[in-house]
Design a protein around this ligand. Structure first.
Ligand SMILES: Nc1ncnc2c1ncn2[C@@H]1O[C@H](COP(=O)(O)OP(=O)(O)OP(=O)(O)O)[C@@H](O)[C@H]1O
Ligand SMILES: [Mg+2]
Length: 356
């Protein structure tokens, strides 16, 4: 992604110097980049940082939405420290200054190796999840059949039921692994998060259980967000299940609130994934146990759980975090020990709603 033909030649010369056969497609706008990604098999994306009509950040978004996991390197004349940090946080893999072009070859090689590792990891996770699921469906159906057998000795009933429950949890875990490893291209549509939460209402009440009271509030004119429905469902369901678990002992109030907010420059500086402007905010809060200060920094880590291996996989929040990141949003958590926790998810609003 480069608007100057001269600079593009500079990059190509640097690559050919290492005796590489390179085929370069130069794009200057988001549409061109989308078309190029859809049409060709690429190894790497090299991107300038600021162009009159396009930017490195937007190029990262286009790449993310395309579903391709390609190394993304910023190649720019001037990358300030702040920009470099913003680029890396937004998902760029490295940056090379135009007057240090000799670094480019090595940087690309390293990122290609990393991308290969990521893809091998995904294939492995996906393959294991698949095999696991087949085995689990055998355990699940046999335990269900046995439970339905009228000749089953009563004292075995509970044990078999435990096997069924455990296999069910393991099946849930493989679903999360599938989500983690999924390689299919996500097809985002415009989604009304308020409508989605209303449609999930029955299931959410069921999930919240009898010990917590679920209250949903939604501002009347909520903008749409561009996402795949299952992504948003996963976000809502994971946050609600966590809130329920936090209130398991004492019960309490579980609140879902949807509102439209405008995020300013100050907010965007603190959260580099955020572009200032209209956002839809989803808050899921509970009056549960709260999160201890020493645990708080770890809750988004994959496989981090305080619930013990039998009931938590620790993939809930890391999945939520990844989805929110992919959608160019932010997630904030506020928690007070013994009083409760609230998660606020900010997602960019796709279009301005019509005035009511
Ligand atoms: N609402 C909450 N209140 C208190 N602690 C929470 C809350 N949400 C998350 N946590 C803490 O963060 C940890 C990680 O959450 P995460 O959803 O990633 O995994 P999990 O709920 O333990 O397992 P899983 O969601 O995979 O079944 C939890 O184990 C818990 O300690
Ligand atoms: Mg969870």
């Amino acid at each position: 992604m480069e608007d100057s033909e001269d600079d593009s030649q500079l990059v190509q010369r640097a690559l050919r110097r290492d005796a590489r056969a390179v085929h370069v497609v130069r794009v200057e706008t988001a549409d061109q980049m989308r078309a190029a990604l859809a049409g060709g098999a690429f190894d790497v994306v090299l991107s300038d940082w600021t162009l009159p009509m396009f930017s490195g950040l937007e190029a990262l978004a286009v790449l993310g939405a395309s579903g391709h996991d390609l190394p993304f390197l910023i190649v720019s004349g001037s990358v300030g420290e702040e920009q470099a940090v913003a680029a890396l946080r937004a998902g760029a893999h490295d940056y090379v200054l135009k007057d240090r072009m000799s670094r480019l070859g090595a940087a690309i090689d390293r990122e290609l190796r990393e991308a290969e590792k990521r893809s091998a990891g995904r294939a492995l996770a996906g393959g294991i999840a698949h095999d696991f699921n087949n085995i689990l469906s055998v355990i699940l159906s046999l335990s269900q059949m046995t439970l339905g057998d009228s000749e089953l000795a009563p004292h075995l009933h509970d044990d078999i039921d435990q096997i069924r429950v455990a296999a069910g949890r393991a099946a849930d875990l493989t679903k999360q692994l599938f989500a983690f490893s999924r390689q299919e291209v996500i097809e985002p549509t415009l989604i009304d998060l308020g409508a989605l939460v209303r449609e999930l209402d029955r299931m959410l009440r069921h999930l919240a259980g009898t010990r917590s009271e679920l209250v949903v509030t939604c501002s009347p004119s909520l903008g749409r967000v561009r996402a795949e429905r299952s992504q948003l469902e996963q976000v809502v369901v994971n946050l609600v299940v966590n809130a329920r678990d936090a209130m398991r002992e004492r019960g309490g109030k579980l609140a879902i609130d949807l509102a439209e907010v405008v995020l300013d420059e100050t907010f965007a500086r603190a959260h580099p994934a955020i572009t200032p402007g209209g956002h839809v905010r989803l808050v899921v809060s509970d009056s549960g146990c709260g999160i201890p200060a020493d645990t708080l920094p770890r809750i988004f880590e994959p496989f981090f759980t305080t619930k013990g291996p039998a009931s938590g996989t620790g993939l809930g929040l890391s999945t939520v975090d990844k989805i929110v990141h992919d959608l160019h949003g932010a997630i904030l958590v506020d928690s007070e020990l013994g009083r409760g926790t609230s998660f606020a998810v900010y997602l960019p609003r796709a279009i301005t709603p019509l005035a009511a």
